[in-house]
Design a protein around this ligand. Structure first.
Ligand code: FEO
Length: 154
């Protein structure tokens, strides 16, 4: 069971929102999942060494990404903000529980962990994030129209 050089997730244009910062962060998250997938060996000692070496940084990155999105949603007065933030908070709680369980001796299966992460990342980007992407696109379209109205009046 070795998945070296096998991508678990292939980035697709269906994941893009058009905001470079968010798209870059999502790509980075996809790369994190793919990197984890490449380190599945089925040998718990090896997997634990890898996991311990990357998980803190991964957690920090995920928090930065969530904060970035939440700030954008607040700035854009997005009505689904509270629900979206709840999904982020629930993910962080689950993520922290996994880490606590593994650090207190629960058997680590990098395969299972990576699959859970993949399922969450994909469903969140493809469904929950897309809802606010739509809201942002409407704002950008409105601002572009307002600008062109001003230009045509002048
Ligand atoms: Fe891209 Fe809502 O996380």
């Amino acid at each position: 069971m070795v998945y070296r050089n096998v991508k678990l997730i292939t980035w697709s244009s269906t994941f893009t929102c058009g905001i470079k910062l968010i798209d870059d962060q999502h790509k980075h998250l996809v790369n994190l999942v793919n990197d984890m997938h490449c380190h599945i060996t089925g040998n718990e000692k090896e997997e634990r060494e890898y996991f311990n070496g990357v998980i803190e940084q991964a957690g920090k990155y995920i928090r930065v990404h969530f904060a970035t999105e939440e700030n954008i949603m607040i700035a854009a007065s997005y009505s689904g903000y509270a629900e979206h933030k709840k999904a982020h908070d629930e993910f962080i709680s689950t993520f922290e529980k996994y880490i606590l369980d593994f650090s207190s001796g629960k058997r680590l299966s990098l395969y299972s962990f990576t699959q859970s992460l993949k399922n969450w990342v994909l469903s969140h980007i493809a469904v929950v994030d897309k809802q606010y992407f739509g809201h942002l696109r409407k704002i950008v379209a409105r601002k572009t129209k307002d600008k062109s109205d001003v230009i045509s009046v002048a």
